[in-house]
Design a protein around this ligand. Structure first.
Ligand code: ADP
Ligand code: MG
Length: 680
């Protein structure tokens, strides 16, 4: 049924091959990313209008969107003040009542287009009923013509448009493309159960010209499933190819270093940490290089898991690289690992943009080919650094394991370059952003996933409050109290500097002095992206030593910073941060035995913003927060730069389609496994 793979589908023909599309229209369509017949056929409607029966103008209801059909009985431009932009107004009549429509900025073409006697379909929300009025409606000319049946007396699609291309023209072009090419829409190579789903060709027709509105979702699911099958095929093939070509380095270890390490760290691993480590050990000793994503909420103890994993590789005689997203974090890890590993005789090296451990500068990074001779002779070492350094020609001999901390800051592409350069070391990526299951199966589909679903005991609880800005004096009194009792605080603002365009958003450079005053005589430090790394590190060192009691910072401190004595987190203009990001910030506190407090300040009156922040008051569960964030903001935020690595989804929805994604995964797996057994 499917077209042979090497034959080019007629759907790949350029859009100009469609009758009615010349240079000019092709240029307009290109703005909508439509270049081929297939692009046009898959240009999904943004809404539908049931035009089998029109609402009488008389029955329009306030603020309820509706489509009516009427003739223009009066039209013209109006200018209220000299020099002001003109307004354009039309009056439509359908025999039941009159409807006024206004455009506040008249366009030159309106005069000739909205002429008395012409009939239009008008869609919009009435903002008044006396007189009946809709501002800026969507309109569509009703013309007596052969193809009128495409546009009225049916459920009509309204597609995303661009200036110069009307809904009517778009609908007509898609109708034509369907008439001519419908039979060329083939079933994909991985066949679906056609008892459950319409054929692909049917689905394409139904998405544009449904018989009933319920057809739309049926068609969308079919087309979405096709997209997910394609995506899963890419993911699973990549994984299979990887497994076929990559031989694993034996890094399972022998507990020689692990035993004394666990005896010295001062706490017992949680059951969750231990169980994740069993999975990792089995990967490191397995036939294929490990590709594992470790999810664990902030404070769940991922660093200890990283350390144990590193020890397994080190015991096996391999070097380890550990990448952090910021210099502060790299330094923090460097300090911890030095404390933990040097007594075991393991060398710990630091590589960041501004600092390198060792007198002669550590690894040679620029030419990438030469490592310091001592590395080659000394027992295995662990290299800790920022990702920038590791991607610039990182070439470490005997690299057995790469650990990436806070994965969501890295792109898929970066992950790949690293793997190729490093001669297939094992890979462990760690993230505190709980990845919703839909994304886990798509974006991270080529990774195995482990979850630390338990927090170490002995932690004080975190209480979260959302407050308006007029409570700030009280809040600062509260912070003073906590500092007097020996605790420390973070105070976070969205900006480094106040922007002219938005003076209401607070910035660290401006607030720093205010906070110093409010908390004096206690000492306050300042941290943001434009401060020199050496100074940043000095501020962090003073904070850790409680020489300074509070830090004023941007979201720079979002990831990983670990100072258990800090128990207060104040975030101003909280509405400017994503939920997941706020949760990360909040994760900086609640790391010690004391009770912690997170205060979110927001003057945002709108209900949505308020209820969004309230989610943080209600739960500390990062997974719930990530799902809520995904629903509210879409996957863009979570995907970030990684989005470029995935295909464009026209019908599939990464927020809602968990079931379809699962079906696609299983279908593809079955198909690929079957193909493999046939070959071998
Ligand atoms: P994250 O998962 O956010 O990276 P960290 O690894 O920074 O968390 O750990 C947070 C804190 O919890 C650290 O101070 C760490 O030493 C401590 N910790 C980790 N594991 C345990 C454990 N099993 N018991 C007690 N404390 C632990
Ligand atoms: Mg961490």
């Amino acid at each position: 049924m499917s077209a042979p793979e090497n034959q080019i589908s007629p759907l790949a023909a350029p859009i100009t091959s469609l009758w009615g599309v010349g240079e000019e229209r092709a240029r307009l369509l290109a703005r909508l990313d439509i270049f081929t017949i297939e692009d046009l056929l898959l240009h999904a409607p943004r809404r539908y209008e049931d035009r089998r029966k029109f609402l009488p103008i008389r029955d329009l209801k306030l603020k309820e969107a509706a489509t009516v059909r009427g003739k223009i009985v009066a039209a013209g431009g109006k200018r209220f003040r000299k020099g002001a932009r003109a307004m354009f107004e039309c009056v439509f009549d359908d025999g039941t009542a009159l409807l006024h429509c206004r455009w506040w900025q008249a366009q030159p073409w309106m005069e000739d287009w909205f002429t008395v006697g012409r009939e239009f379909l008008v869609f919009g929300k009435p903002d008044s009923l006396r007189p009946r009025n809709i501002d800026h409606p969507e309109t569509e000319l009703v013309e007596p013509s052969d193809d009128e049946f495409i546009h009225v007396n049916r459920i009509a699609p309204v597609h995303p448009l661009t200036d110069g291309l009307t809904a009517r023209v778009m609908r007509m072009l898609i109708w034509r493309a369907l008439e001519k090419f419908e039979t060329d829409i083939a079933e994909p190579a991985i066949a679906l159960d056609l008892k459950t789903f319409p054929t692909r060709a049917n689905a394409v027709r139904m998405i544009h010209f449904p018989e009933e509105l319920t057809d739309v979702e049926i068609a969308r699911q079919r087309l979405a499933l096709d997209e997910f099958v394609e995506l899963q095929t890419q993911i699973q093939l990549r994984r299979k190819r990887f497994e076929a070509s990559a031989k694993a380095l034996p890094c399972g270890g022998d507990n020689r270093l692990m035993k004394p390490f666990l005896a010295a760290i001062g706490f017992k691993l949680t059951a969750a940490q231990a169980s994740v480590l069993r999975e990792i050990r089995s990967d490191l000793g397995g036939a294929n290089p490990m590709r594992r994503l470790l999810q664990g909420d902030v404070g769940s103890g991922k660093t200890a898991v990283a350390a144990c994993s590193a020890l397994m590789a080190l015991e096996s005689g391999f070097n380890v690289a550990f990448m952090a997203p910021t210099e502060i974090l790299a330094e923090q890890h460097f300090r911890n690992f030095t404390k933990w590993f040097e007594p075991l005789g393991v060398k710990v090296e630091l590589q960041t943009g501004s600092r390198k451990s060792g007198e002669d500068g550590g690894l040679k990074m620029e030419d990438g080919k030469r490592a310091r001779p001592s590395i080659l002779h000394s027992p295995s070492s662990i290299f800790i650094g920022t990702h920038a350094l590791f991607t610039a020609g990182f070439d470490l001999p005997k690299l057995g394991l790469v650990i990436i901390d806070e994965q969501h800051k890295f792109g898929v592409a970066q992950r790949e370059t690293l793997v190729r350069k490093g001669n297939y070391p094992h890979l462990l990526v760690m993230t505190a952003t709980p990845i919703p299951r839909t994304l886990g199966l798509t974006l991270y589909g080529d990774l195995d996933v482990s979850v630390i679903d338990e927090m170490p005991g002995g932690r004080g609880a975190i209480k979260t409050f959302v407050r308006a800005a007029d409570k700030l004096p009280k809040v600062f009194n509260f912070i003073r109290e906590k500092i007097s009792a020996g605790r420390q605080a973070y105070i976070v603002y969205p900006r480094v500097e106040v922007a002219d365009t938005d003076k209401d958003i607070k910035a660290v450079t401006k607030e720093f002095a205010n906070v110093q005053k409010a908390l004096s005589p206690f000492k306050v430090g300042l941290l943001h992206g434009r401060i020199k790394p050496v100074e940043k590190e000095a501020v962090m060192a003073d904070f850790r030593a409680n020489i300074i009691q509070a830090i004023v910072a941007t979201s720079l401190i979002e990831v990983g910073v670990d100072v258990p004595n800090a128990t207060v987190m104040l975030i101003e203009n909280a509405e400017h941060f994503g939920l997941a990001q706020l949760h990360q910030l909040r994760g900086r506190i609640g790391r010690g035995e004391h009770e912690s407090f997170c205060i979110l300040i927001s003057d945002q009156q709108n209900e949505e913003a308020q209820s969004r922040l309230k989610i943080l008051e209600q739960t500390n569960d990062g997974f719930k927060i990530a799902e809520a964030d995904l629903k509210l903001r879409g996957p863009g935020e979570l995907l970030g730069q990684q989005q470029s690595g995935t295909m464009k989804l026209r019908f599939g929805n990464l927020v809602e389609d968990l079931n379809l994604i699962r079906q696609a995964r299983d279908l593809v797996k079955l198909h690929l496994d079957f193909r493999q057994t046939k070959v071998s």
